[in-house]
Design a protein around this ligand. Structure first.
Ligand code: FAD
Length: 488
C-alpha cells in the first residue's frame, strides 16, 4: 500500500548516533525523517546517560573538593544537600540540551515521527505512535517509505534474571532518577557506569559495596592507573568484592538481601537499601523487525557493518551501540557522519562523499569519577598480550607544579611507545592514559598524537603551557625518550 511518509533517509533512533546522522544527512541536502519512541531527542546519552551523570558528578566533585579544602586552610562547613533541587538541576541540564537538539532539527527541516518503529520490508518501516513521557502506545500506526535507512536503535542495560521486581533495585536510569540517598548501596559490576554512579551516591552519603566478576575494577584501563584510583577511592567502599559473582537476591522489609559466590567457591551475603545493576548493556537489534528487511542480527543482538557502516543490506546502515563495542557516544557520532555521507554521496553521485569510511585508529574512554581515569589506544597489558615491545614514559603528578598547587597531586600520566627493533628508537606512540583531576579533558591530545603517528620527541618537544596538568603529557614523552632528567 501507499506510505504515509516518504524520505531519502529514515533514521531509527534519536541518540547521539541517530541525531548526528540525521543532521549531517539534512545538511547534505537529503530529506530526513527520524523515528523515536521517546518525547525528546538525545537517546540514552542526553536523557539517561552521559549528560545527567556528569551533571551529578560535577556536583559530587565540588562537594569533595570543598571537604578537602579543610586541609588547605578553608572550612566551608558540612554541605547540606537539597536532593529535590539537585534532581531538578539535573533535569534542567537535560532539558536545555534536548531542547537545543529539537531546535537544531527544526532548523534543518528534519522531521520526527514519534513512536516505535519496526521494519516491514527492505523499504518500509511501520511506526506505532507513543505518547506521554514514556512509551505508552496510542494504537495509531503510520507507514514510512525510505530509500536508505540508518539503524541507530542503541542499547539497554542488562538485567540479572534473579533480581526480584523491587524499587530498591535499579539500573543506571533508576539511579539517575535520584529518588533518595540510601545508607548502604551495592554496585553490581565494577565498570565505568557503576563506579560513576557509586561516586555520586557515596559523596551524597551512601556507603558502598561493589561486586565484580573479573579480577579488577574498570576493566580495559591500565592497571597502573586503576591502582591510583583505588587508593584514592578506598574510603568510599566497605567492600570491594573481586572475582565474585552475584548469585541470588530477595526483597525483605529490612532491605535487599544479596548472595555472592567467589570464584574460589566462598559464599557471602549482604543487606542493602539500594542495589544498582551495572553489568553491561545489550544492543536493541532483536526488537526492530530487522529480519523483515533482510538485515542480519547476531545472536547477541548486534548488527555487523563494514567500514562504511553498511549492514548486509547495501542501502541499510547501522551505527552506535547497536553495531558493537565500545558503546560510547563519540564513537556513535563519528559513525553517524560516515553513514550520512556515504548515503548522500551515493544519492547525489558525489564520489568523494560516497567513499567516506570509519577509519579511526583509536577511540578514547573516560571514567568521570574523582579522580578521573582516561585512556586511549593500547594499554601495557594489551601490548604484552600482543607481543608488542613498548617503551613507557610514566610521569607522576607529584612532580607537577600545577597538581601540587591544586592540592591534587595523586595523578599519573603514562604513555607507551613502539620499541620494536624496526622503530630504531623512534617508535610511534601506541597508547596512553591518565588518572587525575581533568584527565578526561586531556586525553584528546594523546588520541591526536596516536592519529598523527607522533613519536616521543614530537610530543616531548611540543611546548605545553606551564603550569598545567597537560604538561604531564609532554613530560611523560620526555621520560620515555630519556630526555627528562629533572624528575624528583
Ligand atoms: P542510544 O543513545 O541508545 O539511542 C537509541 C535511541 O533509539 C533511543 O532514544 C531509543 O528510544 C530509540 N529506539 C530504539 N528502538 C527504537 C524503535 N524500535 N523505535 C523508535 N525508537 C527506538 N558514553 C560516552 O561516550 N560518555 C559518557 O560519559 C557516557 N556515560 C554514560 C552513562 C550512562 C549511565 C549510560 C547508560 C551510558 C553512558 N554512555 C556514555 C554511553 C552512551 O550513552 C551511548 O554510547 C550512546 O547513547 C549510544 O548512542 P546511540 O545513538 O547508539 O543509541
Amino acid at each position: 500500500g501507499a506510505a504515509d511518509v516518504e524520505c531519502d533517509v529514515l533514521v531509527l533512533g534519536a541518540g547521539p548516533g541517530g541525531y548526528s546522522a540525521a543532521f549531517r544527512a539534512a545538511d547534505l541536502g537529503l530529506k530526513v525523517v527520524i523515528v523515536e519512541r521517546y518525547a525528546t531527542l538525545g537517546g540514552v546519552c542526553l536523557n539517561v546517560g552521559c549528560i545527567p551523570s556528569k551533571a551529578l558528578l560535577h556536583v559530587a566533585a565540588v562537594m569533595d573538593e570543598v571537604r578537602h579544602m579543610v586541609d588547605l586552610g578553608v572550612d566551608f562547613g558540612a554541605p547540606s544537600v537539597n536532593i529535590d533541587k539537585l534532581r531538578s538541576h539535573k533535569d534542567k541540564v537535560i532539558g536545555k540540551l534536548t531542547g537545543g537538539l529539537a531546535a537544531m532539527g527544526k532548523m534543518r527541516k528534519v522531521s520526527t515521527v514519534r513512536g516505535v518503529g519496526t521494519f516491514l520490508d527492505p523499504h518500509h518501516v511501520e511506526v506505532e505512535e507513543t505518547t506521554g513521557a514514556g512509551t505508552e502506545r496510542s494504537g495509531a500506526k503510520k507507514v514510512l517509505r525510505f530509500k536508505h535507512a540508518i539503524i541507530a536503535a542503541g542499547s539497554q542495560s542488562v538485567k540479572l534474571p534473579f533480581f526480584p521486581q523491587d524499587e530498591r533495585i535499579v539500573d543506571s536510569t533508576g539511579a539517575l532518577a535520584l529518588k533518595a540517598v540510601p545508607k548502604k548501596m551495592l554496585i553490581v559490576g565494577g565498570g565505568i557506569i557503576g563506579l560513576e554512579m557509586g561516586t555520586v551516591y557515596s559523596t551524597l552519603g551512601a556507603r558502598l559495596d561493589v561486586v565484580e566478576m573479573m579480577d579488577g575494577l574498570m576493566q580495559g584501563a591500565d592497571r597502573d592507573l586503576v591502582k591510583v584510583w583505588e587508593k584514592m577511592n578506598a574510603g568510599r567502599f566497605d567492600k570491594i568484592m573481586l572475582k565474585t559473582k552475584t548469585v541470588g537476591a530477595e526483597a525483605t522489609p529490612e532491605g535487599i538481601k544479596v548472595q555472592f559466590e567467589g570464584l574460589d567457591g566462598s559464599k557471602s551475603e549482604g543487606l542493602y537499601d539500594l542495589v544498582l545493576q551495572a553489568v553491561g548493556r545489550t544492543p536493541n537489534g532483536k526488537k526492530i523487525g530487522a529480519e523483515k528487511a533482510g538485515v542480519a542480527v547476531t545472536d547477541r543482538g548486534f548488527i555487523n557493518v563494514d567500514l562504511q557502516m553498511r549492514s548486509n543490506v547495501p542501502h541499510i546502515f547501522a551505527i552506535g551501540d547497536i553495531v558493537g563495542q565500545p558503546m560510547l557516544a563519540h564513537k556513535a557520532v563519528h559513525e553517524a557522519h560516515v553513514a550520512a555521507e556515504v548515503i548522500a554521496g551515493t544519492l547525489k553521485g558525489d564520489k568523494e562523499l560516497a567513499s567516506a569510511a570509519f577509519n579511526a585508529r583509536v577511540i578514547p574512554s573516560v571514567a568521570y569519577t574523582d579522580p578521573e581515569v582516561a585512556w586511549v589506544g593500547l594499554t601495557e597489558d594489551q601490548a604484552k598480550a600482543q607481543g608488542i615491545k613498548v617503551k613507557k614514559g610514566l610521569f607522576p603528578w607529584t612532580a607537577s607544579g600545577r597538581a601540587i598547587a591544586n592540592g591534587r597531586d595523586e595523578g599519573v600520566t603514562k604513555l607507551l611507545f613502539d620499541d620494536s627493533p624496526e622503530a630504531h628508537g623512534h617508535g610511534r606512540i601506541l597508547g596512553g592514559g591518565m588518572v587525575g583531576t581533568h584527565a578526561g579533558d586531556m586525553i584528546g591530545e594523546v588520541a591526536l598524537a596516536i592519529e598523527m603517528g607522533a613519536d616521543a620527541i614530537d610530543i616531548g618537544k611540543t611546548i605545553h603551557p606551564h603550569p598545567t596538568l597537560g604538561e604531564s603529557i609532554g613530560m611523560a614523552a620526555e621520560v620515555a625518550h630519556g630526555s627528562c632528567t629533572d624528575l624528583p
